[in-house]
Design a protein around this ligand. Structure first.
Ligand code: ZN
Length: 171
């Protein structure tokens, strides 16, 4: 068990295309374990190997049941619908942006032993699948948003939205 240092925007490792994993060995297992520990320690919902400086197609995603899904060589195989909401990234600390993503995402990946599986989820977890898989191609969510908000601006935005929702309920 070990924590790894998370790279921040501007670090070279975040804009590289990662290579596929071919060997499902102890080194991969250690990477996955460290990604999970680092994710939990950082209170994040997803973390990709390039964020800890490893240019391999590996990431972990926490679903809404707090289960951490290990994805090796993941690809999005199908999507449905659309959602628009805030997104943040452990590599872009303190900044949030509004990003539109598919609402349902189905991913095909390999597990730590090389067995292929598919997983489908919606909402936040679907958003996270897209976000993490984009890290593996060297992309950050900031490329997909018109405006980056600070934590204070985000709170203001949430407050306004809640007010609007209340008004809608009252009407
Ligand atoms: Zn990220």
């Amino acid at each position: 068990m070990a924590l790894r240092k998370i790279a921040v925007q501007g670090d070279d490792c975040l804009n590289k295309v990662c290579r596929p994993v071919k060997e499902f060995n102890g080194r991969l297992h250690m990477l996955l374990d460290d990604l999970k520990d680092t994710l939990v320690e950082s209170n994040g919902v997803g973390l990709a190997a390039p964020q800890v400086g490893i240019l391999r197609r590996v990431c972990v995603v926490m679903n809404e049941d707090d289960e951490i899904i290990e994805l090796v060589n993941p690809t999005v195989v199908s999507t449905e619908g659309e959602q628009t909401g805030f997104e943040g990234c452990l590599s872009v600390p303190g900044k949030y942006g509004i990003v539109t993503r598919p609402n349902v995402v189905r991913v095909r990946a390999q597990d730590r032993n090389g067995c292929t599986f598919e997983v489908e989820d919606e909402g936040l977890t679907a958003r996270c699948f897209c976000h993490e898989i984009e890290h593996l191609d060297g992309h950050l969510f900031v490329e997909k948003t018109d405006q980056l908000l600070t934590e204070e601006e985000l709170e203001e935005y949430i407050r306004k939205q809640e007010e609007e929702n209340q008004e809608n309920e009252e009407n």
